[in-house]
Design a protein around this ligand. Structure first.
Ligand code: SF4
Length: 214
């Protein structure tokens, strides 16, 4: 697919070149009604949750509460969880789940919250609300986020809600999964193009900075 073809379908132009290498067959599978709405989290998110794991040691550092949101448009070949491409997988997010996440996170042995998908940055209406509550009530907890977008895409061309969520994240695992760069020995990520970034340090430096404890 050419760059102009993506532009015609409403992808934000600063993202177009990088996404053209990673978006598979056609992104129409989960598409909203109008091309200009595509990739807009306030339009595509259906506020559905595929899974919630209250106490896991797999998704980030320490014991964590991991929330898996539904819906992804990247369609990476070899994706570990194609079912989560659907924005209606699982159950609707609600106040009861949000209260439960806050209560679970408050446990002293829980280090933080992990946001996975699907694509968290296409579910910002739900996650911004959650993370802002976590920051207000539990400032000692950290927030990790896995996304198919890169740090540079989000900071230079991200939706305001994506940028607001990124500002609340401590560690970002970024970039789409690439089957040709798959490496099962990596910590916290599946392919070598993906990075584990220290977000506050990256903002301070004005460029992506690796998380130092990898
Ligand atoms: S970004 Fe993640 S969830 Fe989305 S298609 Fe790629 S690997 Fe799958």
């Amino acid at each position: 697919m050419t760059t102009s073809a993506f532009a015609d379908r409403g992808l934000p132009s600063p993202l177009t070149a990088d996404l053209s290498a990673t978006v598979g067959r056609t992104a129409a599978r989960n598409a909203p009604q109008t091309p200009s709405d595509r990739w807009d989290p306030t339009v595509v998110s259906q506020a559905y949750i595929a899974d919630y794991k209250p106490f896991t040691a797999l998704d980030g550092e320490g014991v964590r509460c991991a929330l898996y949101v539904s819906g992804c448009l990247f369609e990476c070949p070899g994706c570990f969880n194609e079912a989560a491409w659907s924005f209606r997988l699982g159950t609707p997010y609600d106040d009861a789940l949000e209260d439960r996440v806050l209560a679970d996170l408050a446990k002293p042995y829980v280090q933080g919250l992990s946001l996975l998908g699907g694509e968290p940055m296409l579910n910002t209406p739900v996650l911004l609300r959650l993370v802002e509550r976590v920051r207000a009530a539990l400032p000692g907890k950290d927030v990790w986020c896995w996304t198919g977008f890169t740090f540079e895409q989000l900071t230079t061309a991200g939706h305001p809600q994506q940028q607001a969520l990124l500002e609340q994240v401590d560690v970002l695992v970024d970039g789409p999964f690439r089957q040709d760069r798959k490496d099962l020995t990596l910590r916290f990520r599946g392919s070598t193009n993906q990075r584990v970034l220290d977000v506050p340090a990256s903002f301070a430096a004005g460029e992506a900075v690796a998380w130092p404890r990898l």
